[in-house]
Design a protein around this ligand. Sequence first.
Ligand code: BES
Ligand code: ZN
Ligand code: ZN
Length: 463
Amino acid sequence: MATNMKISVAGRIKDESFAKVSFKGKNEEGCVIVEGKNRTLEIKLPEKINWRQATLIPRQIVFFAKKNGIKKLALDWTAVKDLKLGEESAVAEIFAVNFEMANYEFVAYKETPKEGWKFIEEILIIADGKAEIEKSIKRGQLIGKEINSCRDISNTPSGEMTPEVLAKNAQDAAKGTGIKVSVLREGDMKKMKMEAVLAVGKGSRQKPRFIVMEYNGEKKGKPVVLIGKGVTFDSGGISIKPADGMPEMIMDMSGGASVIHTVALAAKLGIKKRVIGLIPAVENMPSGESYRPGDIIRSMSGKTIEVENTDAEGRIILADANTYAEKYEPELVVNVATLTGAAVVALGERASAFFTKDDKLKDLISEEGEKSGEYVWQLPLWDEYEAEIKGRNADVCNTRNRANSRYGGSILGAMFIYQFSKNFPSWVHIDIAPRMTATQDEFLSAGATGTPIRLLIRLLEKY
Ligand code: BES
Ligand code: ZN
Ligand code: ZN
């Protein structure tokens, strides 16, 4: 739930209701609460701090304050500066983003406890020369709040977050920003021959939608097109998933949710670029109407897709979305998807996988991933892999065409999407399955992380 936390900058501490924050002991992680006139939160820090660990400092502050029922905090900015994390404005922004992210919990479906929720109400930053950091804090708060709205969409169960409701969320996110939102329905998609999106959506009573968001931060110039997987629930379809872990698949639209809120944020931050967001939204369900293993789909591009496994549905809907993107003549296309369990096997839960043939873009993404605190790691997309997804009776196959192995599953997913991306001057696919949910040690509430909004915003600003 988005909270109403106030972050302000002042010359001195207001009163005794504020707990003070201090940093201690550069070796252990954790926190000590010192009782006194002003309670003090002593945050213990690791020896060496990189950008990602820097994001954990503000989160720890909020986490331990919440745990101890503290609602107002005072943070001496000189103590932060002494940590020598980096440029002051960048640090202020990171602190604000992560104060917001750590203060988030998904409580929409829970009864409010008698004593109320333990959210932080106010953070006072004690600093002179406040105008400087005030701007960065405002910006950081805006980013943090947008990320939390994205987490709300992801965390909302699929019974409520249907393709239609996802489209409504895109419209709401765009309110007052000047972004144009259009929503294609089944009939529109039929006319456009988006048979791939329609095939995946066939098994569900919840009809598919194709969400288009257009932000024109400049009049001319080629746009960046962001495309997010919007599978509002992934049961696997006829190739049904095992029961373990299936509830997590309410978050299979996290790529789509991140695109919705990145476009909204680009507008709110006034980024001077044209940014298009495309979200194919479907529910992948088994029924008498479902698409089947063995089916062949004629995608919007004309390429035919052999369905080996109905659980490899994300790449199928992205095929049509990428073809649709061609009409914008984009300078760059970014696919964001919770695409494969294999990406989690390859990288663990700490980094998303990304794939591109553009080496300059690779460097930019690696660098901005590091600075934003969102770890990403490149996996290969060598042409040799293409042979493994050739169809038997169709042009391409949606999983390995020798069904007897799971080797390189994440790469094959990327290779499949790449088949529909060859007309773009630059293209990257980010498989965010590893970062879909928070790990226990990153001081975020369990559930959706809102990845990779922080990275995408930096990418839009730097590209
Ligand atoms: N949505 C899943 C991938 C996923 C798994 C996301 C775990 C987040 C956490 C995707 O649609 C899927 O089911 N992929 C299959 C592909 C396979 C059938 C080739 C997978 O990863 O097992
Ligand atoms: Zn999926
Ligand atoms: Zn699936």
